[in-house]
Design a protein around this ligand. Structure first.
Ligand code: SF4
Length: 282
């Protein structure tokens, strides 16, 4: 049976918040029986955008991560609910029943992603219901996907076997895999949020003037094993991505024709900008 999935490309999100606003427009002042009660005007962000800054100026990388109910197949919120207040539909969508969930704060507390909001006025937990009422009415994607101007959202209704194939082919990842909830929301380029980057610039003196060195070879080693190698760009800059946070000591070796090589060591706790590495003429 075909089920809904959502793919979000972190590299394409620009933090414009149109997905968040479209969702607020859909639910503030509107109730969709069996799907969702009204969203409060303030305080709820059923689609929230998290921000991550990596490195230090001038080589800073900023990424944005839209986060919403992950429509888990093994959902802790369903297990925590009483009276069948949270259910999974045959099409994969998780619905918190706005009537049955009254007073059930444990539903919000059970979610490992922190995407369930408490509606004080109605005394109910609420989360993004994948715009199920629109899909039931024939829409082929939720409003967040229609509102996104960069194509960062892609909703797919496919067999799970097809989704596994797409996931492997496109290198999609789950948010917080340690939660083991089998989410139906998948992320592309999640390393922009979860991994570290090492960046720097290489310069050297040419005819008495300090110049950016284009094409310098930068080799990153850990325990004498090469982890990554790249060349500096026209501005003398380099970036090595997808490194594990708090992964210990590294050595970076820089080489360029006509210059002495340079070696430096550093500890990688979080993303780091190594500054300008100056090579002396050889
Ligand atoms: Fe439930 Fe949270 Fe998973 Fe949504 S993300 S299905 S609210 S556990």
């Amino acid at each position: 049976m075909k089920k809904w999935n959502l793919i979000i490309d972190v590299a394409e999100c620009t933090n414009c918040n149109l997905c968040t606003l479209a969702t607020q427009d859909e639910y503030v002042g509107n109730q969709w029986p069996g799907i969702a009660a009204e969203m409060p005007k303030h305080g709820h962000r059923w689609i929230d955008i998290k921000r991550k800054e990596r490195g230090q100026p001038p080589l800073v990388d900023v990424a944005y991560l839209p986060v919403m109910c992950q429509h888990c197949d093994d959902a802790p919120c369903i297990k925590a609910a009483e009276n069948g207040a949270v259910t999974k539909r045959d099409d994969g969508i998780v619905i918190i029943d706005p009537e049955k969930s009254v007073g059930q704060k444990q539903i919000m507390e059970a979610c490992p992603y922190g995407v369930v909001f408490w509606n004080e006025e109605l005394n109910i937990p609420q989360a993004w219901p994948f715009d199920a009422h629109l899909l039931d009415a024939g829409w082929d994607e939720p409003r967040a996907a229609t509102a996104c101007p960069t194509g960062a959202f892609r909703a797919l209704k496919v067999e799970d076997s097809e989704m596994r194939r797409i996931r492997a082919e496109e290198g999609l990842q789950e948010l917080q895999p340690e939660a083991a909830t089998k989410p139906r929301v998948f992320y592309k380029n999640l390393h922009r949020f979860t991994k570290c980057v090492v960046a720097g610039s290489v310069a050297g003196e040419i005819s008495g003037v300090e110049e950016c060195l284009h094409g310098a070879t930068v080799t990153l080693l850990k325990d004498d094993d090469v982890v990554a190698r790249c060349e500096t760009d026209a501005f003398g800059d380099f970036r090595i991505d997808r490194l594990d946070p708090a992964s210990g000591g590294y050595t970076v070796k820089v080489a360029h024709d006509g210059f002495h090589g340079h070696t430096m060591e550093f500890e990688l706790d979080d993303s780091i900008t190594l500054g300008t590495i100056r090579l002396s003429p050889g």
